[in-house]
Design a protein around this ligand. Structure first.
Ligand code: SAM
Ligand code: SF4
Length: 428
């Protein structure tokens, strides 16, 4: 989501006449888009903000904008505290909201070149923004369709910082996708904290399958994905829509978090381990060759060895393609922080993390090995250190050596090497 938000800010700044530079020292405006999902992310955001203090002293005219979850969605509150703590920051803005930065830059009369756009104020936000120059030739990108979250899992800071769930109107999403596709984008990933709840809060009820169908036939669009799904809203209609629409990729991201029912209840996830197991079977029955990714948190308050083992065994049984692993990190204001003791020692969290990491490495390695000498269809996105990087429909990362320009092309690739995290292949 921050990648999508940052792209929006870059587009807005270019619309206002700025251009990108790779060194903060050279910049007139510096935007730090922050994440606070775990303490480590918050610490690195705080470190980066502090590190800009010296630059601001040397260049007082430099505009520093901090946006994202460190700032949060509510006016006042955190913002007042942040202003005191970081007086060198000029503008604080909420996640997904480039408005405060635009307002700040536009009100400054000394910025002559901005005057012509002043009258239009934020109209540019609705027009479909041009991609920023350093994103030209972008092949795959993200579009947020559900902002915020109202689920309030007990460990999670997101609802406090991104605010309540809001679905964007279908027309807005379609316009943004159309604009991106007209600029050469081939693959769009629709984003939401619970993307499968898309539309349930709109006055004119719409669903994610409706939205997928609406976007699917836009000329020029080659691939469509969505993430992250919550198990409770993965309807058969959604799965059948994924299976039926050829441009919707066979790729599902659906976090389990834990496979112990007591821990799941304490997390307020709203499903049991067995319901999750049934869901994975349902997904596999309905979507051929599907790639499934999950998220797991180890060391949630009170997680015993036996409870961790339940998670370990279900991950082993379900053999999913990817597992994003996290060590529990207490976040301010969450129910888990207020009411539960963070009583799994750090070394123990690390031990459980490594055990799962090793397990998943083995599983992913075996799953990917089945692709050896097989042909897969790859959409190529960019050249990284001499090799073209692309993905299969079920989201496997594939590298190919080629002197040709493969950017934006969908080609059959024969797999010549496989590992747990990526594969290599050759184009005919
Ligand atoms: N909305 C998605 C969902 O329902 O799972 C994911 C959102 S969250 C921003 C991304 C991942 O971060 C979660 O799936 C979870 O595994 C992890 N996460 C969230 N809060 C955490 C915490 N307090 N400690 C450790 N990991 C956390
Ligand atoms: Fe956080 Fe739960 Fe919402 Fe995901 S569903 S963003 S984990 S509160």
């Amino acid at each position: 989501m921050n990648v999508a938000d940052s792209r929006l800010v870059s587009s807005m700044l270019e619309k206002l006449g700025y251009e990108a530079t790779s060194r903060a020292e050279d910049a007139d405006v510096v935007v730090l888009n922050t994440c606070v999902v775990r303490q480590s992310a918050e610490d690195s955001a705080a470190g980066r903000i502090s590190s800009l203090q010296g630059l601001k002293r040397k260049r007082p005219d430099m505009v520093i904008n901090v946006m994202g979850c460190l700032v949060g969605a509510r006016e006042g509150g955190y913002q007042e505290r942040l202003k005191k703590r970081y007086p060198h920051v000029d503008v604080f803005s909420s996640p997904s909201d480039p408005g405060p930065l635009a307002a700040y830059l536009l009100q400054d009369e000394s910025r002559e070149f901005l005057k012509s756009t002043t009258a239009r104020r934020f109209a540019f936000m609705d027009e479909g923004l041009p991609l920023p120059k350093d994103h030209e030739n972008l092949v795959a990108t993200y579009v947020s369709v559900v902002l915020g979250c109202s689920h309030a899992c007990t460990y999670c800071i997101v609802p406090y910082r991104r605010g309540p769930e809001r679905s964007r109107p279908v027309e807005d999403v379609v316009n943004e996708v159309k604009s991106l596709v007209s600029q050469g984008v081939k693959e769009i990933t629709l984003l939401g904290q619970i993307v499968d709840r898309y539309g349930l809060d709109l006055s004119q009820k719409r669903t994610l399958p409706d939205l997928l169908r609406k976007i699917h036939d836009l000329p020029g669009l080659a691939r469509l994905r969505f993430l992250t799904s919550h198990p409770n809203w993965m309807t058969d209609e959604l799965l059948d829509t994924v299976a039926a629409l050829p441009k919707v990729m066979s790729h599902i991201e659906v976090p389990i978090q834990s496979a112990d029912d007591e821990i799941l209840a304490a997390m307020k996830r709203g499903y049991t381990a067995d319901e999750y197991r049934q869901l994975v079977h349902r997904i596999r029955e309905r979507i051929p060759e599907v790639g499934i990714a999950t998220d797991v948190i180890v060391g949630f308050p009170g997680e015993s060895e036996a409870q961790f083992q339940r998670t370990y065994r279900l991950v082993e049984e379900l053999r999913m393609d990817v597992a994003h692993l996290a060590r529990y990190s207490p976040r301010p204001h969450t129910v888990a922080t207020r009411r539960m003791e963070d009583n799994v020692p750090d070394e123990e969290k690390w031990r459980r993390f490594r055990l799962l990491e090793e397990l998943q490495e083995g599983i992913a390695g075996e799953i990917n090995a089945r692709y050896q000498d097989k042909e897969v269809e790859v959409l190529f996105e960019e050249k990284v250190r001499g090799r073209w990087r692309g993905r299969t429909p079920n989201n496997k990362l594939v590298f190919v050596e080629s002197e040709d320009d493969l950017r934006g092309k969908i080609l059959p690739v024969t797999i010549t090497w496989t590992g747990p995290w990526s594969m290599q292949g050759a184009v005919e």
